[in-house]
Design a protein around this ligand. Structure first.
Ligand code: FAD
Length: 464
């Protein structure tokens, strides 16, 4: 059969299976249909719900402005798909092109998309994690449970980890006038994602809004009462905080366990793929029929020294799923690369925070607009003499401009004057990221590839 004939048949009669029925999975399915795929489409999702949106769960839902049951993702078109919801994929046979389901069923494919995302990292002590009043926030069910408990007027909410999600939860609590303590291992919130300079601003923001912020501490134990309800958190500095709600916000774990033994290059850092979203097998050889998209993927990016990026960004899941879907049904000459510039937003304590690029790669930052003191600014991050990222607090309209600087590898420090540049912003200062080998609550961009300037990974071949 000719290449054209093969792809014509794949597009009309092929069997495509998507594992992970959320943002990336739905976007890929819609793109496949929009691009003319008329074969069979199977959507496998372990949650019982049709695809819903997660960002509102820590924002509008906790603020009481949206119902957790009403965050379904909008549908752009009829899908004509076989939905297998409430059942997890439990294994993959690459040779036989078959996905095994937890209920024992098997589904065959010609093309497979892995879009299984991440899950909240639980509190490591299982007994303590099971205390009544201990929550995580990743799913709709988590949001329903947490929202209900916050509505029952707890005396104090205790948040472990001041990354984006932890900070948004603290913000929602303060909005409802609930007493809240936040414990963070680093010396400020958001340090893992944005560095210490911006983290210091986030710390002020929390304290001014009435958060009891404890930094430079870890939580050593959660204590329950005789009826199994959480009653206190113990800290590494000897402090004890009485609380009846604990939200564990320690970052995420990639959902790759179901691929163990499949032969794919999958592990705790995600499923490795090329810029065209094709999965690598464990030998580093690219597969032709297995694709990856969204939070579970790690893929190389030419703008960021070909490092493998793992992104927990809404926009990345959409963009990568569109590219993956297109490439699944296209011959190699028509395939596209996924070279989206990372972008992330958050809103907390009344401030809109947005970043573009990869701040964690930056070694220096300069405040190019506004000022840290006013909490309305743009900070540009530099890496080896070029602009690598930017972050804005309440100043998003300029970020498109900074994205262009990142895309064109504009020189850093920035020499030109910008609209509201202040004298203190003329000089770059260290961005102050924590040592990457120390665990934090987790940046939303993880660099996991080989970096020529700093060897973080050592490859130890297995002995035969
Ligand atoms: C509370 C919260 C707030 C957020 N806020 C922001 C924000 O402000 N800005 C931003 O850019 N991003 C934000 N994000 C991140 C954004 O929601 C994610 O980037 C996006 O959901 C990724 O989509 P995905 O489809 O790749 O993965 P997911 O949405 O994680 O979906 C993966 C799906 O696969 C399912 N699954 C896992 N394993 C299996 C299996 N073996 N078999 C079948 N199904 C399986 C999962 O249960 C899940 O339903 C937020 C996330 C959360 C949780």
């Amino acid at each position: 059969m000719t290449v054209e004939g093969f792809f014509e048949r794949l597009r009309t009669e092929g069997r495509i299976v998507i594992v992970g029925a959320s943002l990336a999975g739905l976007t890929a399915a819609e793109t496949l249909r929009a691009e003319g795929f008329t074969g069979s489409l199977t959507m496998i999702g372990d949650e019982p719900y049709e695809p819903y949106d997660r960002p509102p769960l820590s924002k509008a839902v906790l603020l009481g402005k949206a119902s957790p049951h009403r965050t379904d993702l909008p549908r752009r078109r009829e899908l004509d798909a076989d939905w297998r919801l409430g059942v997890a994929a439990a294994g993959l046979d690459l040779g036989a092109r078959r996905v095994r389901l937890a209920d024992g069923d098997e589904v065959e494919y010609d093309r497979l998309l892995i879009a299984t995302g991440v899950r909240a990292r639980p509190w490591p002590n299982e007994t303590e994690a099971q205390l009544d009043g201990v929550f995580v926030l990743r799913t709709r069910d988590d949001a329903v449970a947490l929202h209900r408990r916050l509505g029952a007027a707890p005396r104090r909410v205790f948040v472990i980890g001041a990354g984006f999600t932890g900070s948004e939860i603290a913000s929602a609590c303060r909005y409802q006038d609930l007493a809240v303590t936040v414990a963070e291992r680093a010396n400020a919130p958001l340090v893992g994602a944005l560095g210490g300079v911006v983290g210091a601003v986030a710390a002020e923001l929390q304290r001014e809004n009435g958060v009891d912020l404890r930094t430079g501490v870890t939580v050593t134990a959660l204590e329950g009462d005789t009826s199994g309800r959480v009653r206190a958190a113990h800290l590494s500095d000897g402090g004890v905080v009485e609380t009846d709600v604990v939200v564990v916000s320690l970052g995420a774990t990639r959902n790759t366990e179901w691929l163990t033994g499949s032969g794919l290059g999958a592990g705790p850092r995600g499923v490795a793929c090329d810029a065209g979203c094709r999965a690598f097998d464990f030998r580093g050889i690219v597969t032709d029929d297995v694709f990856v998209a969204g939070d579970v993927a790690r893929s190389p990016h030419p703008l960021f020294n070909y490092q493998f990026l793992s992104l927990e960004h809404w926009g990345n899941a959409v963009s990568q799923a569109e590219v993956a879907a297109h490439n699944m049904i296209s011959p190699s000459a028509d395939r596209r690369p996924h070279i989206w510039v990372p972008a992330f937003w958050s809103s907390q304590f009344g401030v809109n925070i947005k970043s573009v690029g990869v701040p964690t790669m930056g070694d220096q930052i300069m405040i190019t607009q506004g000022s840290l003191a006013e909490r309305r600014f743009v900070g540009a991050y530099g890496y080896q003499g070029r602009v690598i990222a930017a972050v804005s607090f309440d100043n998003t309209r300029w970020l498109q401009f900074y994205q262009q600087l990142i895309e064109t590898a504009a020189p850093f420090p920035l020499e030109y004057s910008t609209v509201d540049r202040r004298p203190e912003g003329r000089r770059p200062i260290p961005a102050d990221f924590p040592d990457p080998s120390l665990p934090t609550h987790g940046p939303t961009v993880t660099l996991s590839g080989y970096s020529p300037v700093d060897r973080r990974l050592v490859f130890t071949p297995a002995r035969h």
